[in-house]
Design a protein around this ligand. Structure first.
Ligand code: 5GP
Ligand code: MN
Length: 338
């Protein structure tokens, strides 16, 4: 964070504010971890703070300290709307354009609050007066740690906050293996453990809570995997009927896309998941090396993200979407086999 922004935030938080903290739609470990940690911090500093998530988050995050305080806009819109209208400051975490918050978008657009963005995705849009945007960061949680450090408040990080921040860094780095994981990331994580983050318990709570039906759904997904060796690409599909058959619950498909990348020689892995209720195919893209799935998702599938992890969507049918995908893949044959 640059000095000018640090001073602006110090000034802003020097008097009690009414603050709303917002993660992106379909919040993941980093989005929930960063918003909760910041919320704990803002409350400690004497502000009124409320987290409003556009929609619900997976069960494997529902152990996080004070997660029950999070308002879900889809379920509690009247209450949430009131908080947004009264907010003097709005923090947006782990996303960088308002299209990522679904039905909350018009409310934030209409707000007169001062916006503070903390985010590590590419191509931020300009809605925030104070922008802490850094695409080299492993996670928004690592940035929230830096944010508190800039405000000389690292000693305010308690066990609850440490558990929240550790979770987001762990999930966004694929358990510290992605190339965004730096020595600094490990230093932050080490300090979080010193501050009480229970690393083994967090790992168990996030990754070792499978239900039999989720593992059967994974079996179905892997059975559907199509390998396009000539393009170093593997993709998975899951139709709504398959999701229903295996009693799909939010979060069940988390991590499925990564299996493609575990195949030797595969550089590009994709999962297409039908969502009948929203009338879309939700897509996750992952890559290894220099192939930018962020650019690919942006160009063809109305999405974005990071170089090696991005998302997008399609309003075509599942079959039409994968056919289109295979067509546009042709443009990258040289790049993917290089
Ligand atoms: P996931 O595939 O795990 O949902 O998302 C991977 C990364 O891409 C995350 O950082 C996520 O925030 C971002 N992402 C996922 N879906 C979208 C989307 O529809 N639009 C944009 N801009 N980013 C997305
Ligand atoms: Mn993130």
């Amino acid at each position: 964070m640059n000095l000018e922004d640090v001073n602006a935030v110090k000034q802003l938080l020097s008097a009690p504010q009414k603050i709303v903290v917002v993660p992106h739609k379909n919040p993941d470990g980093d989005a929930i971890g960063s918003t909760l940690a910041l919320w704990h911090y803002l409350k400690k500093k004497g502000h009124e703070a409320t987290i409003i998530a556009p929609n619900d988050f997976p069960k494997f995050l529902k152990w996080m300290p004070k997660n029950e305080e999070i308002l879900i806009f889809e379920k509690q819109s009247i209450q949430a709307k009131k908080y947004i209208e009264e907010a003097s400051v709005i923090f947006t975490l782990d996303f960088n354009h308002l299209g990522r918050i679904g039905q909350m978008e018009p409310l934030l657009e209409a707000s007169q609050a001062i916006f503070v963005m903390i985010d590590h995705h590419q191509a931020p849009s300009g809605y925030a007066q104070i922008m802490y945007s850094d695409v080299t960061m492993s996670s928004t949680c690592e940035m929230v740690y830096n944010f508190m450090e800039s405000l000389n408040d690292v000693e305010k990080i308690d066990t609850d906050m440490a558990n929240c921040l550790y979770t987001g860094i762990m999930t966004d780095t694929g358990s510290f293996k992605f190339s965004s994981t730096t020595s600094r990331t490990h230093k932050v994580v080490a300090d979080l453990i010193d501050k009480g983050a229970d690393n083994t318990a967090i790992h168990n709570r996030v990754f070792d809570t499978n239900s039999p039906s989720r593992l059967h759904l994974l079996g179905c997904a892997l059975g559907n995997m199509k390998i396009l060796e000539a393009y170093s690409t593997a993709y998975i599909t899951l139709s709504q009927a398959e999701l229903d058959k295996y009693n799909f619950k939010k979060g069940d498909t988390e991590g499925f896309v990564n299996y493609g990348l575990t195949l030797e020689g595969i550089q590009f892995a994709v999962i297409f998941i039908e969502n009948a209720e929203e009338g879309i195919i939700k897509i996750s893209f992952r890559s290894q090396g220099s192939f930018s799935v962020n650019e690919f998702a942006r160009k063809y599938f109305d999405g974005g993200g990071h170089t090696n992890a991005a998302g997008g969507k399609s309003e075509q049918s599942l079959q039409e979407t994968t056919a289109y995908f295979e067509t546009v893949l042709e443009n990258y044959k040289d790049q993917l086999t290089a």
